[in-house]
Design a protein around this ligand. Structure first.
Ligand code: CA
Length: 84
């Protein structure tokens, strides 16, 4: 499921410690956020690593936001999730 963050309804991504997947809180509106990471590629891709810096951006310029997460353990590793 792609992260459907928009300027009007931003979602929130929070990185966690190793063996704890990142949390991807989808903005449902009315101040309600639902963690979609467990059902998405985001959860699987971030489960093992210790994430620090992260941000949404359109890596492949397809109009859907992608996610970049910097890995804090390795100086050379990072992960990115394609949204579509
Ligand atoms: Ca994209």
């Amino acid at each position: 499921m792609p992260p459907t963050t928009t300027a009007a309804a931003p979602s929130v991504l929070i990185t966690n410690f190793a063996n704890q997947m990142a949390s991807l809180y989808h903005n449902e509106g009315n101040s309600l956020f639902v963690d979609e990471a467990p059902q998405s590629e985001v959860g699987r891709a971030t489960l093992v690593t210790l994430g620090f810096g992260c941000f949404f951006f359109d890596y492949d310029n397809d109009g859907w936001p992608d996610i970049f997460v910097a890995d804090a353990i390795s100086k050379t590793r990072s992960s990115a999730c394609r949204s579509a």
